[in-house]
Design a protein around this ligand. Structure first.
Ligand code: LMR
Length: 401
């Protein structure tokens, strides 16, 4: 039956993890997937997560099915974390929210819901470049994928003029995907002033804003500061869609905890949207997993544990920022590597978009056992005091050819 099925390419991000696993050299470094590592290069289970797991375990929980839209205590807390405790759509009871299979699942529910129910043009504009999985994800959801300019290679910064021109030229009612903070893969975010201008254009052009917030807390170390763009749009009256992930900020990668929400016009409209979200989700996967949602809702629902968690998020963000400093200093001051590397320090979040070319990334994997995506993105969290010098020397050698 499968004789004519062609072999597909490996995933551009998760395929790197497979190549890394297959490499047996002890010096190998994986800077592909965006997953936090501690200063010893090991996966990090947050102490607040361990504490929450103990609390959950001691409550002797059952294993019943969750409702289709997930654990209500979790979704309530997730909405509060994103929109803010003083958010008016939240207090009005007009945010429709469902638990999701992490951020990817949230985006996919959103894509499917918009393809079915958004009454206008079904094109979604994605930044160029964007997280690789956005493109097949929205295509598979039934939307037409288009791009808007985002990154300027010559300045290694935001192409704000291009972004504005492309959003202004987009047909009215188009959907526009915005990375709420810590843009993946570039690490380049608009300033608060620029976000205000983007909000004005989105309003003027009657575009529909869909936020992907996979890194709340990871950009600045503060979950409320990182929610600025989302909250600004909401305060300007935009009825946004939002995908949230707890993979990075709680380190719950494999637990698959996330949420998808829509701001609606009224509690009555919310109830109708809620009913249709269930109809979208039920044939996809019935209902979401329990354990991670219990952990997240325990953390978010307990003041002391929540404060501890916020501190741990800041700790992860700070370690990444210190690695940016070390990498920049080693390349620029110690090795005098040709090129300008200050973007390593100015970029935000989990990634640095190094500017390394595909042939250089290939040489780094083959000669130095250093793995990263072909676009030159590195997960800063994969660097630590023990490997940053070896990494810098390897980059230096690759750049000098
Ligand atoms: C990444 O960009 O590395 C992460 O979002 C993980 C993933 O699923 O690709």
């Amino acid at each position: 039956a499968w004789a004519s099925v062609p072999a597909g390419p490996p995933d551009p991000i998760l395929g790197i993890s497979e190549a890394f696993k297959a490499d047996k050299d002890s010096k190998k470094i994986n800077l592909g997937v965006g997953a936090y590592r501690d200063d010893k290069g090991k996966p990090y289970v947050l102490p607040s997560v361990k504490k929450a797991e103990e609390i959950v375990r001691s409550s002797n929980p059952d294993k019943e099915y969750l409702p289709i839209t997930g654990l209500p205590e979790f979704t309530k807390s997730a909405a509060k974390l994103a929109y803010g405790a003083d958010s008016s759509p939240l207090s009005d009871g007009r945010i429709s929210i469902t638990q999701s299979i992490s951020g990817t699942g949230a985006l996919r529910i959103g894509g499917a819901f918009l393809a079915r129910h958004y009454p206008h043009a079904k094109a979604i504009y994605l930044p160029v470049p964007t997280w690789g999985n956005h493109i097949p994800l929205f295509k598979d959801s039934g939307l037409e994928v288009r791009g808007y300019r985002y990154f300027d290679k010559s300045t290694i910064g935001l192409d704000f003029a291009g972004l504005k021109a492309d959003l202004q030229a987009a047909p009215e009612q188009s959907i526009v995907l915005l990375h709420a903070c810590a843009h993946n893969p570039t690490g380049v975010d608009p300033t608060q002033q620029q976000w205000k201008e983007i909000s004005d254009i989105v309003k003027e052009r009657k575009l529909f804003p869909f936020f992907d917030m996979a890194y709340q807390g990871f950009a600045s170390g503060s979950t409320s500061r990182d929610a600025f763009a989302l909250r600004h749009f909401v305060s300007e009256g935009h009825q946004v869609a939002l995908a949230q992930s707890f993979a990075k900020n709680m380190g719950l990668y494999g637990e698959r905890v996330g949420a998808f929400s829509l701001v609606t016009a009224s509690p009555e409209e919310k109830a109708r949207v809620d009913s249709q979200l269930k109809i979208v989700i039920r044939p996809m996967y019935s209902n979401p997993p329990l354990h991670g949602a219990r952990i997240a809702s325990t953390i978010l629902g307990d003041q002391a544990l929540n404060a501890q968690w916020e501190g741990e998020v800041k700790g992860m963000a700070d370690r990444i920022i210190s690695m940016r400093e070390t990498l920049y200093n080693t390349l620029t001051n110690d090795l005098k590597t040709p090129g300008e590397w200050s973007h390593i320090k100015s970029q935000i979040g989990m990634f640095s978009f190094t500017g390394l070319k595909p042939e250089q990334t290939k040489a780094l994997a083959e000669k130095a056992h250093v793995f990263m995506t072909a676009d030159g993105r590195i997960s800063m969290a994969g660097l630590n005091a023990g490997n940053v010098h070896y990494f810098s020397e390897s980059v230096d050698a690759a750049v000098r050819g």
